[in-house]
Design a protein around this ligand. Structure first.
Ligand code: ZN
Length: 245
């Protein structure tokens, strides 16, 4: 009886040691130094979501793809360094509303925005572009051509260099449209991608599913896999930002 009890207690000790060891090693794996993909130092001091987007129809809410059931707004983000404010996907056509949301989220005025970047040619992602007449306007090369051809803008959109403000990486992310382009940057040791519609919402990202109007669903899925490897945080085109699992 005594030996059995001893063995039993020894067993408990080993099990406890084992689970403690597992706990310690899983803690080590999730320590920030190992987990995050971003550079430790960055010229990006902060980033803020201005409008949290929504879709016109969302299959994850039980809505069909055939028709929109509400107006879509895209997610709009400001990336800020010491000497610049870069706004991604100006979402609101109404100038007063755009200025109000920008002020509410950052305290900035439209004239404080140094550059605006448009991820792709769909109207909900550039609706607010004319509200930033003093900023430089950028998009990927294909998107630039498409938008400038429309004749809708008072000044030309310029094809973006490989990096904006020497620090924000321009990342081709085709699939939703052929010329779709996203931005990747580091902040607080984390790697962040402002994805535009390369990622519609968190649900679409989990399933690596393109939105119903994507031009190439297989390419969309590949692009999302590539983004998952590069990012800690994704700012999707029509949802709040989320951590890449
Ligand atoms: Zn789109």
């Amino acid at each position: 009886m005594l030996t059995t009890r001893k063995k039993f207690l020894a067993g408990i000790g080993a099990a406890a040691f084992g689970s403690l060891f597992e706990l310690r090693s899983s803690f080590a794996q999730s320590s920030p130094a190992q987990r995050w993909k971003g550079a430790a130092t960055s010229k990006i001091k902060r980033w803020d979501v201005i409008t949290i987007g929504n879709l016109s129809r969302n299959r994850y809410w039980g809505e069909g793809d055939a028709r929109g059931v509400r107006p879509a707004i895209c997610t709009c983000t400001v990336i800020a360094g010491d000497s610049f404010h870069l706004l991604v996907d100006p979402s609101l056509a109404d100038g007063e509303q755009m200025a109000k949301e920008l002020d509410r989220r950052t305290g900035l005025k439209p004239s404080d925005i140094s550059a605006v970047f448009v991820t792709h040619e769909h109207g909900d992602h550039w609706a607010g572009l004319p509200n930033f007449p003093e900023a430089k306007w950028f998009a990927g090369p294909i998107v630039t051509k498409i938008l400038n051809k429309t004749g809708k803008f008072k000044k030309p959109i310029e094809p973006t260099p490989d990096r904006l403000f020497d620090t924000v990486e321009v990342m081709p992310t085709p699939g939703h449209t052929a010329g779709h382009t996203s931005l990747r940057f580091d902040c607080d040791g984390k790697s962040i991608i402002a994805a535009g519609d390369a990622v519609a919402t968190h649900d679409f990202f989990r399933d690596r599913r393109g939105y119903f109007n994507a031009v190439d669903f297989a390419l969309s899925a590949k692009t999302m896999d590539r983004m998952a490897k590069a990012a800690d945080i994704i700012v999707p085109g029509h949802d709040n930002y989320f951590l890449v699992a």
